[in-house]
Design a binder for this molecule. Structure first.
Ligand code: PNS
Length: 162
């Protein structure tokens, strides 16, 4: 049976930290499906379509990585895709409490799906989409934090704000 993992998240926008986890996950699993949450309660900077497109362009060199979006419960999406694992990145101990809660509830909902945690590369341990947006909003460079096309997309979003 092929091992298929779902790597879920908001990806608003994708950072080098996310890409580190996705590319390393792709060396462990036969297929990795990066799933962008379409959360109508949140006010994202990028639309789901834009987030999916940025992920597609920044992972197109990884043949076993697929990009998709989902609504509702993650575990339902994982089952719909016939996946057997969830991959999450952990940056620091502070991430652990929330991720443990998520992994535990997902395990309660379906025991057959395992959650795998990967430690983020140390050089990205401080990095988050929120921090990237905060920096880009004030027109400071984010070139060490996101791929070039994401930096360009951020520049366009914040072109007329200060
Ligand atoms: O990048 P994020 O915002 O930390 O990603 C969070 C995400 C999308 C992984 C999480 O919010 C999620 O799985 N949402 C789907 C709803 C769900 O299944 N929640 C858990 C059971 S209450």
């Amino acid at each position: 049976m092929a091992s298929i993992a779902v790597c879920p998240g908001s990806f608003d926008p994708v950072t080098l930290g996310h890409l580190d986890i996705i590319s390393r996950g792709a060396t462990v699993f036969d297929k990795v499906i990066v799933a962008v949450l379409n959360n109508r309660n949140k006010q994202p900077l990028f639309t789901v379509e834009e987030r999916v497109e940025l992920l597609r362009q920044t992972t197109n060199q990884l043949p076993n990585v697929e990009i998709d979006s989902f609504n509702g419960l993650l575990i339902d999406y994982v089952k719909k895709k016939n996946a057997n694992a969830i991959i999450k990145g952990l940056r620091a101990v502070s991430d652990f409490e929330y991720e443990l809660q998520m992994a535990s509830i997902n395990r309660k909902l379906d025991e057959s799906v395992e959650t795998f945690f990967m430690m983020t590369n140390n050089k990205y341990s401080y990095l988050s989409s929120s921090i990237v947006k905060e920096i880009a909003k004030y027109h400071a460079p984010v070139s060490d934090l996101v791929p070039d096309i994401v930096e360009e997309a951020l520049r366009k979003k914040y072109a007329f704000s200060s």
